[in-house]
Design a protein around this ligand. Structure first.
Ligand code: ZN
Length: 458
């Protein structure tokens, strides 16, 4: 790169609030200079409303390819998360590295088109269908990286440690053998995965994840914490009541309680699914500065429960959103669902808004800031020196007629959808233009072939 591009925004949501007639100078992927109250000059890329594009902080890319296949009631009288998980295990049995690359590229493209600039991939599908490692231990990690090379999305790759089938240390079940590693093989895998990222752009981040307190032993968790100090550290925390019961029975403490007692949780951590926490746990965890990794669409789809966002924000907590199972990839809907879950529970309106900031503003700014923290990504707001992670809302769209500033965000999130997102830059890479990814057709064609080969297997 090296050359500077200038984006002229009619309005922009900057780190210190809204500004009009903004010229954003982007160089080497970063916002180099911000001028406000300036007309566009020849050569500027003219945009409507420019907002920070968040990182999608939690994804299992391969699950996108089974979206829509698990919405029937099976023989089990109580169809729930655990029956869904069985179906997911059956589905992933057939996936090859080529499939995973094609699916990941499609998922990343959809994320960009929805207004996300980055993808935090919580990556646990490591091995061949029989559980044997590929010749290259990090084969599947390389495929995620290859997808990011195709799409240009900002990637934070989190290789996941998955050791056991439950808290009692039972062996992995048949559907889990592709995930499994002992600590020493995982350390080698994570190091190999980190090396594969070297050929990606400078905003790429390598981190670590422990799957959950069910799937990782206390020693495994310790190893994850020690592995790549200072990088993002993620874990599924408390998604399902069944999971809380299992951890309580085995460790004598609920997952959040146990974690807070046994690890120094701080801003490096992102805890995924904080749906099953008491008010006291919510307050205590919020104060650690860890990010609550929320996946409202998936949590709704899987019937997980409702995160206490009102209490979390009142306690100064940081949050971001992710698309997790990728049953649907939509930034506006993820934010809307988060807000609506609070309204439905409390029979309230504007549950997360403040006197100064509307619902949409609190949701977007929160997701941008927390998403960047969880991704280990120097962005999260439009500010000089930050990566240029930018999305444009199309002011020509009917849903934005006569709407400005906070009300424009609210109209996008509550009245509109991702069709209002016209352009997206990830670390200065202009990947979505006029509503479509620059390689939309080729990425979609390859994904279609993969889906045809897989068939409707469930
Ligand atoms: Zn997950």
């Amino acid at each position: 790169m090296g050359e500077t591009q200038v984006i002229h925004a009619a309005e922009a949501l900057l780190g210190d609030g809204w500004a009009s007639n903004v010229r954003l100078h982007v160089a080497d992927g970063r916002v180099a200079r911000i001028e406000t109250g300036m007309d566009a000059v020849a050569g500027d890329t003219c945009a409507g409303i420019v907002i920070p594009a968040p990182a999608n902080l939690h994804s299992h890319a391969f699950q996108r390819a089974m979206a829509g296949m698990t919405e029937r009631r099976g023989a089990d009288p109580s169809d729930n998360f655990w029956t869904w998980r069985k179906a997911m295990y059956a589905f992933l049995d057939a996936l090859t590295p080529d499939d995973v690359e094609a699916i990941a590229a499609f998922v990343q493209m959809e994320m960009l088109e929805a207004g996300y600039a980055a993808n935090v991939e919580f990556h646990y599908l490591h091995h061949a269908p029989d559980g044997a490692p590929y010749d290259n231990l990090a084969e599947m990690s390389e495929r995620i990286a290859a997808a990011a090379r195709t799409t240009g999305i900002g990637l934070t790759l989190l290789p996941v440690l998955y050791q056991q089938g439950g808290c009692d240390g039972r062996p992995l079940g048949a559907g889990q053998i592709r995930f499994g590693n002992d600590i020493s093989r995982f350390e080698r895998l994570a190091e190999a995965a980190r090396k594969t990222l070297a050929s990606l752009p400078a905003d790429t981040v390598s981190g670590i994840a422990a799957h959950s307190l069910r799937a990782v032993s206390p020693e495994g968790l310790k190893a994850c914490i020690a592995l790549q100090p200072g990088t993002p550290l993620h874990m599924h925390l408390a998604e399902q009541t069944g999971e809380v019961d299992e951890v309580l029975a085995h460790y004598g403490a609920r997952p959040t309680e146990w974690l807070l007692e046994n690890a120094s949780v701080d801003a490096r951590w992102c805890l995924i699914h904080c749906t099953q926490m008491t008010v006291e746990e919510t307050r205590t965890l919020a104060r650690t500065e860890a990010v609550a990794g929320l996946c409202p669409i998936t949590e709704g789809n899987l019937g997980d429960g409702i995160f206490n966002g009102v209490e979390w924000l009142a306690s100064g907590g940081t949050f971001g959103v992710g698309s997790d199972s990728n049953v649907r990839i939509s930034l506006s809907e993820e934010l809307r669902q988060l807000e609506y879950s609070q309204r439905l529970r409390d029979r309230s309106r504007a549950a997360l808004a403040t006197r100064q900031k509307s619902s949409g503003r609190v949701l977007l700014e929160g997701a941008a800031k927390g998403g960047a923290q969880a991704a280990g990504r120097g962005s999260g707001m439009i500010a000089e020196g930050a990566w240029a992670d930018l999305a444009v809302l199309d002011t020509g769209h009917i849903h934005l007629e006569e709407r400005t500033r906070d009300m424009a965000l609210d109209s996008w999130i509550f009245a509109g959808d991702d069709r209002l997102v016209s352009d997206v830059w990830s670390a200065g890479r202009h990947l979505v233009q006029n509503g479509a990814h620059i390689h939309h057709d080729s990425i979609t064609a390859r994904y279609r072939q993969t889906i045809r080969r897989l068939g409707s297997r469930l």
